[in-house]
Design a protein around this ligand. Structure first.
Ligand SMILES: [Fe+2]
Length: 188
């Protein structure tokens, strides 16, 4: 099967993600560092700008399948996120709970909500790691953490898989305050 559209069975189609107001270009930069090809769908819906589709396979740009979409966070979520951020600034125990969650996401990501991109080889994941560490890591500072588990690592979950986990708050399919893990997975 060379084109996802030729598969006729049921299939996980897409993930809907968001970026913060003013961070469309940053979201594109991160998705491109992940190796994705970005296409503007032209669809705007009720948002302020169009939905972008990030395609893991640049040779098969099916607009509906095997993609995650990126558009700007809506006002309703922005209001909730801002209120939570204010709580976190004013409430030390709550801030500590958030820190605890982020720490777990960065050290024990296997039970933390995420979506995964499958890569064709270990080298492809190493290339992503190189791109992230050479540019975005400096730009984003503590907003991004990347940990790659290689076969043989004592804390790797599955012995024959390369699994990278990027925890960041640029592209999320949930809460910006809690951040989003995107897994990079390469099968042997
Ligand atoms: Fe996973």
């Amino acid at each position: 099967m060379s084109e996802i559209g030729s598969y006729s069975g049921a299939l996980l189609g897409h993930v809907e993600t968001l970026y913060r107001p003013g961070e469309r270009e940053l979201a594109i930069e991160l998705a491109e560092a992940l190796g994705c090809t970005i296409k503007d769908t032209g669809f705007k819906g009720d948002g302020v700008d169009t939905f972008l589709a990030a395609h893991p396979n640049g040779d098969d740009l099916n607009p509906q399948l095997n993609a995650f979409y990126m558009s700007q966070m809506r006002p309703e979520q922005f209001a909730v996120e801002e209120r939570l951020r204010e709580f976190a600034e004013a409430d030390e125990p709550f801030a500590a709970l958030l820190d605890g969650y982020r720490h777990a996401a960065r050290t024990k990501p296997f039970g933390v909500p995420h979506f995964a991109i499958r890569y064709p080889s270990r080298a492809a994941i190493e290339a992503v790691e190189g791109r992230i560490n050479s540019s975005l890591k400096t730009k984003l500072g503590d907003r991004l953490n990347l940990r790659v588990f290689y076969p043989g690592d004592s804390d790797a979950a599955v012995g024959n898989l390369v699994q990278g986990f990027i925890h960041q708050d640029v592209i999320v399919s949930g809460s910006f305050l809690m951040g989003q893990i995107i897994e990079l997975q390469s099968q042997p």
